[in-house]
Design a binder for this molecule. Structure first.
Ligand code: MN
Length: 323
């Protein structure tokens, strides 16, 4: 007896259909498979940890919100179709304990070490900014002889003293990074530093180590692209590779309310984009992170959209330099 002919899709024509003439940015994410090699590849890793800012939890949901926010964007940057590129290999999110800073940071450091040792060029998405200290420690463990340069886009210096690994917080990442063998203050620039957001002690601590501090007013006066180009020239004078760390709280709370520490008088969205775009065009950029996206505090998803836009700028500039 022959089976009756059935339509293969009973809801044919009744489903939402994407316009293939307008691909969406989530298609740039390619899930990692065991046949994928990491060498030379741009990879994404979510680091959903927010134990470093216990008073305002929420950044652990940042990686998920950023991936979702990519849906608001297309893949054409105005001159180049990124959907034709190799895309961004998505390694997913790390499994991390929520209440054990030492254990979480240990796993984060191990993950970063393996990714850098494999020759990948990662973009990490957080998570509280304390995570970055362990990402850079992982990089140092993978390449102990590297002369690393660092650019941060952040309202804060994040060079706080800490007791031990259990007391790592969102205020400690660059203290941790500057303790490694690979980084020096002279190869570090911090852009977007805000008045009344950092103590005199830590400002002098950073300056004494040769860290180049660039304020919000400096960016407004000289322009984001010029500031970024000068910072690149300064930190890479005597370095092999560059790491970019973005704390979304460098942006004004009007455009980035969904962060652990929203701030008044920060950078504009366009300044954030221009800074990231310029740094992303540097061929020696080895890795980057986008931190502190905290969806529970977000307003209509705008902070997640800013984070997603910055991710796209990192990818677009990457292709523009021929890699
Ligand atoms: Mn920070």
């Amino acid at each position: 007896m022959n089976a009756p002919d059935l339509p293969t899709d009973p809801l044919d024509g009744l489903r939402p259909s994407a316009d293939r003439r307008d691909p969406r940015a989530p298609s740039l994410l390619r899930p990692w498979g065991e046949s994928d090699t990491l060498r030379g590849r741009r990879v994404l890793l979510g680091v959903p940890y927010d134990g470093g800012i216990p008073s305002r939890p929420g950044a652990r949901f940042g990686p998920r919100a950023l991936r979702e926010a990519l849906g608001a964007f297309g893949t054409f940057d105005g001159s180049r179709e990124m959907a034709d590129d190799a895309g961004l290999l998505d390694l997913g999110d790390l499994a991390l304990p929520t209440m054990n800073a030492e254990a979480a940071h240990g796993r984060i450091e191990t993950a970063a070490q393996r990714i850098f040792a494999a020759g990948a060029r990662p973009i990490f998405v957080g998570g509280d900014h304390g995570v970055t200290g362990s990402l850079i420690r992982g990089l140092a463990a993978a390449h102990p002889e590297l002369r690393l340069a660092l650019i941060t886009i952040d309202a804060h210096l994040d060079v706080r003293e800490y007791e031990d690994e259990a007391s790592l917080s969102s205020g400690t990442p660059f203290r941790r990074a500057l303790e490694t063998s690979v980084l020096e203050g002279e190869r570090t620039a911090m852009i977007g530093v805000r008045r009344f957001a950092n103590s005199r002690y830590y400002t002098e601590w950073a300056e004494a180590r040769g860290v180049n501090l660039v304020t919000v007013a400096d960016v407004a006066e000289r322009g984001a692209a010029t500031i970024a180009r000068d910072a690149i020239a300064h930190v890479l004078k005597d370095a092999d590779a560059l790491y970019l760390s973005v704390d979304l709280d460098a942006a004004d709370a009007a455009v980035a309310p969904g962060v652990s520490a929203p701030g008044i008088g920060g950078l504009s969205a366009r300044e954030m984009i221009e800074l990231v775009r310029t740094v992303a065009g540097e061929p020696r950029l080895l890795g980057a992170d986008l931190m502190e996206l905290s969806p529970p505090y977000d307003q209509d998803g705008r902070t997640a959209k800013l984070a997603a836009r910055l991710l796209l700028e990192l990818l677009a500039a990457d292709g523009a330099t021929g890699r």
